[in-house]
Design a protein around this ligand. Structure first.
Ligand code: SF4
Ligand code: SF4
Length: 321
């Protein structure tokens, strides 16, 4: 048992265990039109990893057998996978709702002109990354021009009803601009909504706060600046036991672009594949060995249990208002 397991389970069991599958997260490739400073996957336009159609077909078969509430499609920029539409159509045929994690700017890439309409037609939920409502902070994390393009993409999404019609969800992701924990999600959501409405007249549904993981490009940056140990200590010192029941890995699986199975996208970044008797690839899929599996954990897991907790769906425990 590692230190995280000891603390998270208070020594009551030999590890952390999954408890079903509500969400299948599918990473359809690491190629991205951006190369953000905080990216835990070190994705960039040079990344070659892309999920092929045969792998997607197998993922669709697994989705049919599990019937998860949501298939959460991520990357990289999922929009750069040429099979994205076919995959979403396949899920729609199975009556499974898709969610796409978009960096917003990829929606403006040449060839994607009809994508927003396609998402609307298939009632795809969207999660857009907008790490701050202030231009200078977005530029520092994501590069020049990204802020303006992101706002333009939000305008186009609002125009067809995203972020306005309750059935066309457009959630935004906030992550801190440096090595500190996110603030209260509800407070930040209020500030985002006001600022974006006042400045640009744009709307969104909810804000999700996500803690920066000390991995990938962000981890490398901290290491270079000799701040990695301090940040890892901040995460473990901020352990909140109330976050443990809601840890996303307990009700979710993550499938990599090549069909490798992980407990979550962070384990994917670290190449820590499913283990402890669970299959490590979709070709060996066996539902019984996955639903109640022991989760592969490490020191990075303190990033999910710090403060109000963190997951791909935002904070895990709300602060009393
Ligand atoms: S954080 Fe998102 S948008 Fe930025 S490089 Fe990584 S995958 Fe691309
Ligand atoms: S990093 Fe992954 S495995 Fe670890 S606690 Fe978070 S979701 Fe679970």
């Amino acid at each position: 048992m590692n230190q995280f397991e000891k603390i998270a389970t208070e020594g009551r069991s030999e590890g952390l265990y999954a408890d079903g599958i509500d969400t299948m997260q599918v990473n359809v490739g690491l190629r991205c039109n951006q190369a953000c400073a905080h990216c835990h996957l070190s994705a960039s336009p040079e990344s070659k990893e892309i999920m092929s159609w045969p792998v997607m077909e197998k993922v669709l078969q697994i989705a049919e057998s599990i019937a998860p509430g949501t298939v959460d499609i991520t990357g990289g920029a999922p929009e750069l996978n040429p099979h994205l539409k076919g995959f979403i159509k396949g899920l729609s045929t199975l009556d499974i709702r898709s969610q796409v994690r978009t960096n917003l700017t990829a929606l403006l890439e040449a060839g994607n002109e009809d994508l927003i309409g396609f998402f609307k037609d298939h009632r795809v939920k969207l999660v857009g990354s907008l790490p701050c409502y202030l231009e200078e902070n977005v530029r520092a994390q994501r590069g020049d021009g990204v802020y303006e393009q992101s706002i333009e993409a939000v305008r186009r999404l609002n125009f067809v009803g995203y972020g306005i019609d309750p059935d066309l969800q457009l959630n935004f992701v906030y992550n801190p601009g440096a090595a500190f924990l996110p603030g209260d999600q509800a407070d930040l959501e209020g500030a985002y909504k006001k600022e974006l409405k006042d400045r640009f007249g744009v709307s969104f549904t909810h804000l999700l706060t996500i803690t920066n993981m000390p991995l990938g490009r962000f981890g490398e940056k901290l290491e270079k600046e000799s701040r990695l140990d301090k940040y890892v200590k901040l995460l473990s010192d901020s352990f909140n036991p109330e976050t443990v029941p809601g840890l996303m890995c307990r009700r979710q699986i993550s499938i990599g672009w090549d069909g490798t199975l992980y407990d979550c996208d962070f384990n994917l970044a670290l190449n820590m594949v499913m283990n402890h008797g669970a299959p490590d690839h979709i070709d060996k899929w066996n539902l019984n060995d996955v639903v109640g599996r022991r989760i592969v954990t490490g020191a990075h897991c303190f990033g999910c249990t710090a403060g109000n907790g963190s997951s791909c769906a935002g904070e895990l425990v709300a602060e009393p208002q």
